[in-house]
Design a binder for this molecule. Structure first.
Ligand code: G6P
Length: 367
């Protein structure tokens, strides 16, 4: 069937606004409404016995893998390696006997990711995948498929596929932590509760659209944009930078906030917008002090935080966006939305082809 844009100017905008619904759809497929317990499909192996997990993906899906690494190591005590597919198989990485490899792909057709899957399979790994297209090649060649229920994603720059991948990965992290005894029942219940709040909170974040559109007007003329975050905010900084470069053609870099002093700080002057992802979590003070260093060098800081974070250092920033205060675990899912909207509005303001950016393909089936 022909997919329409409805009342939206672009598919990307429609897909950004679909996120409350599709995050909800994805959660519903994994959370038992009666018991509020996460239930993944049965697996022909015991994931609680895993000694190491290898995650492989490309592009935006790779950044989902980086968030998952943090979650699974922190909340499930399982060591995770994450790699881009085009590097993974040529390095001939040693893989543990009976190990599990996880492939993340919206399309399920990305050639590098598929080739990495086949490599892992040839090395005796159990194959888990997270795909949005259930009948894709990657899905067919996997032992277990966890589906994202994002619906068709038309915009080349991935948005709702990413946040639903994170939703599935959150459920996977909780499952591993429960199965291997790392995550207490109480901690699990708290995470499930935070996840079920997400659709409502994502809808709240979308209300900042006009405010973010205004901020975008001041970014459209930038040559370079820096995105900073720590912990779970670091992969979101990279994803924000990727979104901006994909559709607005502005050079952008996502950096670990604490690593800024080892290089990117040399770039900072009045012409450089710096997007700081800073929920008021345990790393907040450190991120805030990095933000101050950037502001002191004249950088135009756009500070994304919650009321608590903004109350302490918000006045140092050139601009702020106030997001709901959420549990640390789910913050990366929510903080993705404003960076998507920012990239979108910068691109619209510049007049680029938002849904079909030059040189990029929705699904890359060449090496
Ligand atoms: C292309 C798309 C990206 C996507 C990447 C991986 O580069 O333009 O949006 O993140 O491929 O695609 P996949 O379908 O494997 O997630």
């Amino acid at each position: 069937a022909m997919m329409g844009k409805g009342n939206y100017a672009h598919f990307m905008q429609k897909e950004i606004f679909e996120q409350p619904a599709v995050i909800g759809d994805t959660l519903h497929s994994f959370i038992n409404p009666a018991t509020q317990a996460i239930k993944l499909p049965d697996m022909p192996f015991n994931i609680g016995e895993a000694t190491r997990l290898t995650i492989v993906a490309c592009g935006t899906s790779f950044y989902a893998g980086l968030v998952a690494k943090h979650w699974i190591e922190r909340y499930a005590g399982l060591g995770v390696d994450v790699d881009v597919a085009s590097e993974f198989r040529y390095r001939c990485p040693p893989l543990p006997k009976g190990g599990i490899a996880l492939f993340i792909s919206q399309s399920g057709e990305t050639l590098d990711t598929l080739a990495a899957l086949r490599y892992a399979k040839s090395k005796g790994q159990k194959i888990l995948s997270i795909v949005n297209v259930a009948e894709s090649t990657i899905a067919r060649e996997s032992d277990v498929v966890l589906q994202t229920f994002a619906g068709p994603e038309i915009g080349v720059a991935s948005t709702k596929a990413f946040t639903t991948q994170l939703t599935v990965l959150a459920c996977l992290a909780v499952t591993i932590g429960r199965e291997n005894g790392t995550l207490s029942k109480e901690a699990e219940a708290a995470i499930v509760h935070a996840l079920t709040e997400l659709p409502k909170q994502a809808a709240e974040v979308l209300h900042h659209d006009e405010e973010i559109r205004q901020l975008a007007l001041n970014i459209a003329d930038a040559r370079d944009v820096l995105y900073l975050g720590r912990g779970l905010g670091y992969p979101i900084a990279m994803e924000g930078a990727l979104k901006l470069k994909e559709i607005s053609y502005i050079h952008a870099e996502g950096y670990a906030a604490g690593e800024m002093k080892h290089g990117p700080i040399a770039l900072i002057d009045q012409s450089v917008p710096i997007i700081v992802i800073a929920p008021s979590d345990e790393l907040f003070e450190k991120t805030a002090s990095n933000m101050q260093e950037a502001a002191a060098r004249g950088g135009r800081v756009i500070f994304l935080s919650d009321a608590q974070g903004l109350a302490t250092v918000g006045d140092i920033a050139s601009a702020t966006v106030e997001l709901p205060k959420v549990a640390d675990f789910v913050a990366p899912i929510l903080y993705t939305i404003p960076v998507q909207m920012l990239a979108y509005h910068v691109a619209v303001h510049k007049g680029t082809d938002v849904d079909q950016p030059r040189n990029l393909a929705k699904s890359v089936t060449v090496e």
